[in-house]
Design a binder for this molecule. Sequence first.
Ligand SMILES: *[C@@H]1O[C@H](CO)[C@@H](O)[C@H](O)[C@H]1NC(C)=O
Length: 404
Amino acid sequence: MKRTTFLLVFGVILSFSQAQLDTGGEETGGEEEHVELFTTPATKMGAATSDFGYNLFRALASQEAATNVFLAPISVSAALTQLSMGGSEQAQRQLFRALRYHTLQDPQLHNTLKDLLASVRTPGKGLSTAARIYLSRRLRPKQDFFGLVEQQYGVRPKALSGGPKDVTEINNWVSQETGGKVQRLLTKPLPRNSGVNTVSAAYFKGKWVTRFGQSGAMENFQVDGGVPVRIPMMQQDNYPVKMGADSDLSCTIVQIQMQDDVSMFVFLPDEVTSNMTLLEESLTAEFVQDLSMTLLPAQVFLSLPALRLSYSTDLLPLLSDLGLSDWLADTDLDKISTQSAKLASLNHKVAMETVPEGNQYPSAASSAHLSYRVDRPFLYLIRDESSGALLFIGRVVNPKDLMI
Ligand SMILES: *[C@@H]1O[C@H](CO)[C@@H](O)[C@H](O)[C@H]1NC(C)=O
């Protein structure tokens, strides 16, 4: 249903551009049957981590209404999955449900996740991530658990010493894992006797396939209910994208190819608005996979903010929105410590940069004159195309607030 609307509207866009029609039109026929979109363990895991990510993003975006918000969900999946190894069977089941692993029926779940994490962290993709569990000093750790997590995910949980050095130690580790790009994950000491703390972090700096010729020109960016702000933009004419409009969601979507099979999806509302609730509500792994198959090639004048951002938050309060209230009230981390232990924090920090560089120059002029100017609040996501995994997601309401 949604897809049909999408294609219909698409016809309109295509009549402006001269993109090939022959790739699109045939999909309207009677295929309402559910088509299995995710068939391999890797793509199923990609979909599960993405759906968890969209749920988490929705929770964050609705809590932080009308502000910039960012997440690298796959690093949060990694942290919570490590944590799940320390829970009772029931605690694990609850956590797996929130992480969407119950959809996988994958007996090799941990290996599948490990492989996925390794593949999205190959250097060409531009993503680095970190995820680790820290135990407060009062907890007597169970070494078996430490060994298990280290063996599976290559990161050994750590017992803290309880002093001011803890913050430095955690921040240094995160910085090291992200090539120095995520600094000062913690800005204040963890509460004393806090219990179990997890940290997750990510840095993303991908490279476009097609480079931008012009960068840094200051342009106006419209702000919902405020005066426009001046921000640096990257611009390029005849830029190859995939594109479509969604009339239900009142937005136009482009997919921009990055190197090593990564891409950026931008959702640009027709109006200047910081309320993207409708759009946020519709995000699922399946919806985005559908998009990647229905958006059609076009060449546009593309104008994109030059982003440099850093964002941090404690995600713990959001977990109850993901069906984990019971789990939080009675976190049974009995494999982690001999004492009763609860999750005390889920600190998350991300950083991201976009730069104009790419391998290819855009091809010579076409006569179509579509333009796509990301000069008002928008939502974007970075996706690994081979697994479909959501790497990064953000809502940009006022890019001026982001400059770091
Ligand atoms: C945001 O949009 C949704 C859906 O269109 C609407 O129900 C809601 O009231 C809006 N929120 C605000 C604060 O305007």
